[in-house]
Every structure is written in structure tokens, then in C-alpha cells.
Design a protein around this ligand. Structure first.
Ligand SMILES: Nc1ncnc2c1ncn2[C@@H]1O[C@H](COP(=O)(O)OP(=O)(O)OP(=O)(O)O)[C@@H](O)[C@H]1O
Length: 245
């Protein structure tokens, strides 16, 4: 049985994680707590360890030391699919739909994977997620016909199929126009209002600033700043390491 977390306990606790690849330290003793419903921005220069940290949270990688506690449960040793069933979902920068399937069919694959109990037929659940994401009119379209922004929304819809408590959005806005960035941001912010906790990795600073309640900046596997967005962007080390000023 999954232990219940204390009411005010953080949703996610990353405790002193270190991840090395051979002799290279990609994450060096990283600790951070993320509260339920928080919108959390993760930034840092290329190679700073953002994806490695997310991989340790979603289960694609296991850290050498440290632990990951989710809803009060130590999930450090759990494989990704069991973390997904506990409510950790991830959407990828490069959408990976099954191209020969329609948008609705793609989502139903996600629902099957999640094995979410529901009194409603799977197709109804899938349609309600598509409606939520503004994609209902595309339900029977083959995914190959979708625009970039529609593909990103579908990728988020697939992540939503596991009914996540924690959604990790990995550069969902890269390559979109500024009005499309705003559309995806609005969607992410509205999910946050439903108490879904979101970690957003993003290089588009205006999006990070608008989205995040807190921002953490990594550099060379270490946390160099964490706090309110304006505070982090104004931090001298962040400006030197990341913003190039
Ligand atoms: N499987 C691996 N084997 C060896 N080195 C790796 C592996 N995965 C990541 N690294 C290294 O760890 C460091 C951190 O990589 P990571 O992908 O986490 O950075 P990132 O901040 O996500 O970068 P980007 O913004 O470019 O995606 C990099 O130097 C990278 O080369």
C-alpha cells in the first residue's frame, strides 16, 4: 500500500541526489522540495543537468546516491512505468506520436498504459482530455496532419492521460511562435490551477518568468539559484552562467 503523505508534506522531495556517468558528475548533491500545485521552472545552460534531474525523478535514470520521495513514498528504486502509475507524467520536447493513428487513438494508448480506473468508457475519458486541451475537433485527424502547436498540445494530452499529480514539461514550447507559446503556457497554467504540480524545463525566458512561481537554475550539476523568478533572473551567478550578461 502507498503510504499517505502528511497534509503539508511536499509532493516531491529530491534528497541529496548525485548522478555520475563514468567519472563525470552530472548532478552533484541536489536537494529540492516541490509543493503540491506548484509551478516550478527549471533552467540552466546546456549540459547543466536539467534532463538528468528529470530522468532521476521520472525513473529513466537511478542516482548513485540520494533519494526521490513522491507523496511520502520513496520511489528511488521504482521503474518509470510504476512512477507513471503513481502520478508522474512527462511530456517530451520532440513529440513522439504513433503517426499512423488518429489523435484519439494515440490518447487511448496512453490511457491503456496508465491503467487508470474509470467508470467512463476509455473513449469518453480520452475525448474529455482532448476537449480540455482544445483538440476535440482534431480527434479523428491522423497525427501527421497536426501543426507544431497541436502536436505539443497532443503531447501534453498524452501526459494528462495518466491523470498526473506531477507533470514534467520538457521544452514544450521550443520552436513555437510567441502567440503559440502563450497558448501552451495558458494551458499549463490552467492545469496548475487544477492542483497539478508542474515542473517546466524551458529556455524561453519570457515563458519561464510568466509561468513559474519558483525557478531553480542549475550549472554544472549544482543548484546556483532557487527562488522567485525575478530574484533568480537578477542573480549574478545566473546571469554569468546562463543569461550571458
Ligand atoms: N547517458 C549519459 N552518458 C554520459 N554522459 C551523459 C549522459 N547523459 C547526460 N550526460 C552528460 O551529463 C551532463 C548533463 O546533461 P543533461 O542532458 O542533463 O543537461 P541539460 O541541462 O538537460 O542540457 P540541455 O539543455 O542541452 O538539454 C552533460 O554534460 C551530458 O553530456
Amino acid at each position: 500500500m502507498t503510504p499517505a503523505a502528511a497534509p503539508d508534506a511536499p509532493l516531491l522531495q529530491v534528497g541529496a541526489i548525485t548522478k555520475t556517468f563514468g567519472g563525470f558528475t552530472a548532478l552533484d548533491n541536489i536537494s529540492v522540495d516541490i509543493r503540491k500545485g506548484e509551478r516550478f521552472g527549471l533552467i540552466g545552460p546546456n549540459g547543466s543537468g536539467k534532463t538528468t534531474l528529470i530522468n532521476c525523478i521520472s525513473g529513466a535514470l537511478r542516482p548513485q546516491t540520494g533519494n526521490v520521495i513522491f507523496c511520502g513514498e520513496d520511489i528511488t528504486q521504482l521503474p518509470p512505468h510504476l512512477r507513471a502509475r503513481r502520478g508522474i507524467a512527462r511530456s517530451f520536447q520532440i513529440p513522439r506520436p504513433f503517426k499512423s493513428m488518429t489523435v484519439l487513438e494515440n490518447l487511448m494508448v496512453g490511457l491503456d498504459f496508465a491503467k487508470v480506473d474509470s467508470s467512463l468508457p476509455e473513449e469518453d475519458v480520452a475525448m474529455s482530455i482532448l476537449t480540455r486541451m482544445g483538440l476535440a475537433s482534431k480527434a479523428s485527424a491522423p497525427t501527421g496532419t497536426l501543426s507544431q502547436v497541436e502536436l505539443r498540445k497532443m503531447e501534453l494530452a498524452r501526459a494528462m492521460a495518466v491523470r498526473p499529480k506531477l507533470l514534467i514539461s520538457d521544452e514544450a514550447m521550443a520552436g513555437l511562435s510567441s502567440s503559440e507559446v502563450d497558448e501552451v503556457l495558458d494551458l499549463l497554467i490552467s492545469l496548475g490551477e487544477e492542483d497539478i504540480t508542474i515542473i517546466m524545463i524551458e529556455h524561453i525566458m519570457q515563458a519561464v518568468m510568466r509561468f513559474s512561481e519558483r525557478v531553480m537554475c542549475l550549472d554544472a550539476g549544482k543548484i546556483i539559484a532557487i527562488g522567485a523568478p525575478a530574484e533568480v533572473m537578477g542573480n549574478k551567478r545566473v546571469q554569468e552562467a546562463y543569461l550571458g550578461t
